[in-house]
Design a protein around this ligand. Structure first.
Ligand SMILES: [Zn+2]
Length: 408
């Protein structure tokens, strides 16, 4: 077991304060800090810190896959860590996006190879053959858009904005109040000529302003998010599309799970995110990056869903709360030590023999593995090799530790 120094990613939508304050560095930072990668991604691996210096987690796994990953994980996923854990901090919204299923990713990767599109090209959609299910658990209040909301409620929202120019679209959706209607409307908007968008989006933003001034309360957060997106991306079809998605507020500890085909955008806040180790993203707008509309339409799931279906269920296993997801590449849980758990060692449940990434988010915890003991304060992470588990935990004061492991 070693301390794990994450790889810091600077993206424009990141925060000048959140990750710096979380990890105890000077804030505000010169550049926006968006993500801290706690994994063995070839593009930017995390680093193991020991007395002898720093070593990349990727190199460490490559040199000793059996000890680091364990026999079962190697057999299932080969000699690579199948998940990537991150701390993510969004000051501004991320792009509207969806991820392919495993079958779509394999087919898309082969197709783009046949077309001769280099894997590193900005126009490449499929950079690997893997799907990318992801789970984010809020560390601060967290705002997100995810999944097409039940149609009747979207119709109510669009009518509440009272924009006559929206009427034909609302009528289209009301007349076909299901996944097919959502597909038709989304396709109409995302393929609309720019001149039409340049005319319609400002009217929708005016409608949102009027709604917020009206004193009506039902769709306040939806109207505010529409305005925020419209100010950042005027004339972007994603502003319209976002009005069809569930606008979700997460409290710390609450999560959302995004399976293949779920259209989503993180809007604001800091979270612990764990995903299958893949870079396959299809964007639908709200970004200066490559948007491939036909490919996005091919993978999107238009089935209406509400936020209770997007928030994973949890179950308790000893001292641990486990987020239930169908992903096989990863599992996420959180240990909270408090009350009578304080002051003595407690076993962290061992559900399998794979490796573990630990992240302390509150207080301070001592972690005992087979060969070593380390203390993790808030914002510190550790890597526990497969052959170094299971672990025991002890805290003197209330403390919280997130854990990412391989799924069952
Ligand atoms: Zn995503």
């Amino acid at each position: 077991m070693d301390l794990l120094r994450g790889a810091l990613r600077n993206y424009a939508w990141g925060s000048h304060t959140a990750i710096a304050e979380f990890t105890g560095r000077l804030s505000p930072t010169a550049h926006p800090e968006a993500e801290l990668w706690l994994g063995a991604n070839a593009g930017d691996p995390a680093w193991l810190e020991s007395e002898g210096g720093e070593r990349s987690l990727l190199d460490t796994i490559t040199a000793d896959p059996e000890g680091q990953l364990g026999a079962v994980t190697r057999e299932r996923f080969g000699d690579a860590l199948p998940f990537l854990a991150k701390v993510l901090a969004a000051d501004e919204p991320l792009s509207l996006q969806a991820h392919p299923s495993a079958a779509q990713a394999a087919e898309g990767f082969a197709r783009e190879d046949r077309l001769g599109i280099p894997v590193s090209a900005p126009t490449r959609n499929y950079r690997d053959r893997s799907h990318k299910p992801e789970l984010i658990v809020a560390l601060t209040p967290f705002e997100a858009l995810a999944g097409f909301r039940p149609v009747a409620r979207s119709v109510d929202l669009l009518r509440a904005l009272a924009v006559p120019e929206l009427d034909p679209f609302v009528n289209l959706l009301a007349g076909q109040a299901d996944a097919d209607g959502l597909r038709a409307l989304f396709t109409t908007w995302i393929t609309a000529p720019q001149a039409d968008l340049d005319a319609l989006v400002p009217l929708v933003l005016d409608g949102a302003v009027d709604y917020l001034r009206s004193g009506l309360t039902e769709f306040v957060k939806e109207a505010k998010t529409t305005l925020q997106l419209g100010e950042l991306y005027p004339g972007d079809a994603g502003v319209l599309a976002s009005m069809l998605l569930n606008r979700i507020d997460l409290q710390p500890g609450e999560g959302i799970y995004l399976p293949a085909g779920n259209l989503h955008a993180y809007v604001h806040g800091m979270g612990f995110e764990v995903m299958a180790n893949s870079d396959n993203v299809l964007r639908g707008g709200l970004t200066p990056k490559h948007v491939d509309v036909p490919e996005l339409l091919r993978v999107l799931d238009f089935t209406p869903t509400d936020e209770t279906a997007i928030k994973p269920r949890t179950f308790t296993d000893g001292i641990e709360l486990v987020y239930e997801t169908p992903a096989s590449e990863f599992a996420v849980s959180v240990v909270r030590l408090d009350g009578r758990e304080l002051g003595h060692q407690t076993d962290a449940p061992a559900r399998h023999d794979g490796p573990q990434v630990l992240l302390c988010t509150e207080g301070s915890m001592q972690v005992h593995a087979k060969t070593s003991t380390i203390t993790l304060g808030r914002g510190a992470a550790a890597w526990v090799a497969a052959d170094d588990g299971p672990i025991r935990l002890v805290a003197e004061r209330p403390a919280t530790l997130f854990r990412a492991t391989v799924g069952i």
